[in-house]
Design a protein around this ligand. Structure first.
Ligand code: SF4
Length: 333
């Protein structure tokens, strides 16, 4: 049975003003992104710094509004501006931030931090909120007896667990995790990823997990969306993306990812390494935005924007490449 769509983004666009008063221009952060998140699903969103992942995340949780496009939460258009609908979005879709060192107010106790969303919504009395905080801390593997302490008394991994407990306080349907492990030691990253996977299984929440490294999302994501310069380059089932990438950018990202097995090492050895920096989002290239870095670029690529489409012979993925059908994932060099 196919699970219900909880969150659906359609053609989201967001840009920001930049430059001086005399030479105004706009940075295109997100340019026409569409995706769906289903109940209990984990969607990984991957791409280099500056590709628009965090701007997308902020729009999905209602912290920022798109310039155009539609965001639906449980079928309701929450971009229409009705405050009741946006309140529902902010309750049902919660964010876990990248840096647990700056996302927690150092002057507040853990009790106050985790209970903050409950207090803001006037949910329960003080005693009930305290009980809920104890329950949430237990859920994320922290001792409820520590709720009177301050953030600086915890390690980075423990602080991220406090952030997760706060995000769960209102029983959300969706957790949007913006690079939740990138600020943590490698030894702690796996613990936090395992915790998120465990919570998803136990609570049935859908998770949108943002990372710049494909290897981080491989073991928790059902689907992966690869973003490049504000657009989705490829979207599909995780193992399909890893085993048979159908976009040169995905292939290049995979080249930089440690292979999971000896067999894969042989395949990855023939893939392309990514070279150069992404072009400026103030003046993105015409046609396919990846063409200045793509070893397969043709005249068509330099002038015609590739649609995100199902390549011929595929069924479980979308690729925004004119030449997706001609890509041999094992022999691109
Ligand atoms: Fe490369 Fe052309 Fe495909 Fe873009 S459309 S990824 S430039 S082959």
């Amino acid at each position: 049975m196919v699970a219900d769509v909880i969150l659906a983004a359609s053609e989201l666009v967001r840009s920001f003003p930049t430059g001086s008063a005399f030479s105004r221009s706009r940075v295109s952060a997100v340019d026409g992104v569409s995706l769906e998140l289903r109940s209990g699903q984990t969607l990984g969103v991957v791409g280099e710094s500056g590709c628009g992942k965090s701007t997308l995340a902020r729009m999905l949780v209602g912290l920022d509004r798109p310039d155009s496009g539609v965001l639906r939460y449980r079928g309701t258009d929450v971009t229409a501006g009705r405050s009741k609908d946006r309140r529902l979005l902010r309750q049902g879709v919660q964010m876990i931030f990248q840096d647990p060192y700056t996302s927690l107010d150092p002057r507040m106790t853990v009790l106050d931090i985790v209970a903050e969303p409950l207090a803001a919504g006037r949910t329960g009395r003080a005693g009930q909120r305290r009980d809920r905080v104890a329950e949430l801390l237990g859920l994320v593997g922290l001792d409820p007896g520590m709720m009177g302490r301050f953030p600086h008394q915890f390690s980075g991994g423990q602080r991220q667990r406090i952030g997760i407990a706060r995000a769960l306080a209102l029983d959300p349907d969706v957790l949007v995790c913006d690079e939740p492990v990138s600020a943590l030691d490698v030894s702690v990253q796996a613990q936090v990823i395992n915790l998120l996977g465990d919570l998803q299984t136990r609570l049935g929440v859908a998770v949108l997990f943002i990372a710049h490294d494909l290897s981080v999302v491989r073991h928790i994501a059902d689907q992966v969306a690869v973003m490049y310069l504000g657009r989705i380059a490829e979207l599909g089932e995780t193992e399909e993306i890893y085993q048979r990438p159908r976009h040169p950018y995905t292939q290049a990202l995979l080249s930089a990812t440690p292979p999971a097995s000896r067999a894969e090492r042989g395949k990855l050895g023939r893939r392309r390494a990514l070279s150069g920096e992404p072009p400026s989002p103030v003046d993105p290239p015409a046609g396919c935005r990846f063409h200045p870095r793509c070893w397969l670029a043709t005249d068509e690529c330099r002038s015609v924007v590739p649609e995100l489409r199902i390549p011929a012979g595929d069924s479980d993925r979308l690729s925004a490449c004119h030449h997706a059908e001609q890509l041999d994932p094992l022999n691109v060099s």
